[in-house]
Design a protein around this ligand. Structure first.
Ligand code: 5CA
Ligand code: ZN
Length: 407
């Protein structure tokens, strides 16, 4: 599937070799070093389910992984990045029925809006942007592989993955059974379906239902379960091990847990990802911003109303990615003020020495993507006087390359 146009990324002076990037890994509940092999970083970030427009919660999560991509590129690594689009799923069918349009139309319309938002926000596009619909064959192939490995079974013609087949099942989210059961029911699972061996077993392939779309496969005509889509797309483009598997914290269980379990059984390799990185939830008025709750603030609407995407970026990067937070008018106003102050800072003929702010910004970002500390370092540079006439250009470039903001 077509992604979106890339923004240019200025090349900065080579970073000191001594810096090691560390990120928070949900599975080990600790900061872990990220040391990609062979000069190549492998990243899978779960993409949108395109049934409603991108809201600021999505934007915050994709900005988190954009920061990671920018750090890797700054390190001189090649970045192989896969992002999916869940372009067929129950919510799409429900939305299409409600609006009296075809589900394909809903998917295309909302994916286009998302591309527009990502372009406006200068989020760098993934190497592969893959829709579930275009990946049906490879997904079915993985389901067949899991069946052959003895990790799948039939329930009334539908195919289920057996969590008992994965030795390390449960280790990504590290949750007690009761929590897993509850989250499974809340987030697309069916723990109470009769005939399953374990309530946490998940759907791999669903036979076509009347009035619903289906794709021919060796498993019969139907469509895949959610988790196995991401597993297949990741394994086929990035190999058996990812450096980072990313998404919002609502994906840790069951989605990333089950994807990891499926990958482990299919490849015999553990762990699937060296780090599972999860962004906090952005809320509005005390609730998680979500399509189903309807309490949404849209990137496209803010931008159409005249908000500068750079200010939006700074507003979102002003909090640490792991913190659950509220979207407020004050956060946006702070982003706007900051953008003005930074523009004034780089428009000066000279400023404090630029190498200093560059190394502080890098050190902050290498420390679990500490964007608030990185922003504070640029604030400090803008607030101080100096006579380095090369520094305004360097700061403009570092803000562009590492923070994605054009001053
Ligand atoms: N298509 C699946 C992943 S395969 C999906 O979760 N789609 S989504 O459209 O619901 O969410 C897309 C991404 O945005 C996910 O990483 C999700 O964790 C993240 N996300 C959703 N709501 C919020 C929110 N309120 N705050 C932060 N991130 C969010
Ligand atoms: Zn996913």
């Amino acid at each position: 599937m077509q992604s979106w146009p890339t923004a240019t990324v200025p090349k900065l002076p080579t970073p000191p070799q001594a810096l090691t990037l560390r990120v928070h890994d949900t599975a080990s509940r600790s900061l872990v070093p990220v040391e990609p092999r062979d000069g190549t970083a492998r990243l899978y970030v779960c993409g949108i389910t395109p049934y409603d427009a991108t809201h600021l919660g999505h934007a915050a999560t994709y900005l988190t992984f954009d920061t990671l991509v920018r750090i890797w590129r700054d390190q001189g690594l090649e970045v192989r990045y896969v992002q999916n689009v869940t372009d067929i799923d129950d919510p799409l069918l429900e939305r299409a029925a409600r609006d009296g349009v075809r589900w394909e139309h809903v998917a295309e319309r909302e994916t286009n809006l998302f591309r527009g938002d990502m372009t406006a926000l200068r989020v760098l596009p993934p190497t592969w942007y893959v829709g579930a619909v275009e990946a049906m064959d490879e997904i079915a192939e993985l389901v067949v592989r899991l069946k052959e490995a003895g990790a799948a079974y039939d329930v009334d013609g539908d195919v289920y993955f057996s969590v008992a087949a994965a030795e390390h099942f449960g280790e990504v989210a590290g949750l007690p059974l009761a929590d897993m059961l509850q989250l499974s029911a809340e987030r697309g699972g069916d723990p109470d379906r009769p005939g399953k061996k374990d309530p946490l077993d998940c759907l791999l392939w669903m036979q076509q239902r009347p009035g619903e779309p289906g794709w021919p496969s060796p498993l019969g005509t139907g469509r895949p379960g959610w988790h196995v889509e991401c597993t297949a797309m990741a394994l086929n483009r990035l190999g058996d091990t990812l450096d980072v598997q990313g998404g919002g914290s609502d994906l840790a269980f069951p989605h990333h847990e089950l994807s990891a379990a499926e990958a482990e059984v299919a490849t015999g390799v553990h762990p699937f990802a060296r780090a599972y990185v999860h962004a906090g939830m952005v809320g509005l008025d005390g609730e998680k911003m979500s399509k189903s709750l309807g309490n949404l603030v849209f990137v496209s609407k803010l931008v159409a109303a005249g908000t500068e995407p750079g200010a939006l970026r700074l507003a979102l990067l002003g909090s640490h990615y792991r913190t659950d937070r509220e979207w407020t008018a004050a956060a946006l106003a702070a982003g706007e003020l900051r953008l003005q102050a930074w523009r004034a800072g780089v428009d000066r003929p000279a400023g404090p020495v630029g190498d200093g702010v560059l190394s502080v910004v890098r050190a902050a970002l290498f420390d679990d993507l500490d964007t608030p500390a990185a922003l504070a370092a640029v604030d400090a540079w803008c607030a101080a006087d100096g006579d380095d006439s090369a520094s305004p250009a360097l700061v403009r470039e570092l803000v562009d390359a590492l923070l994605g903001v054009l001053l």
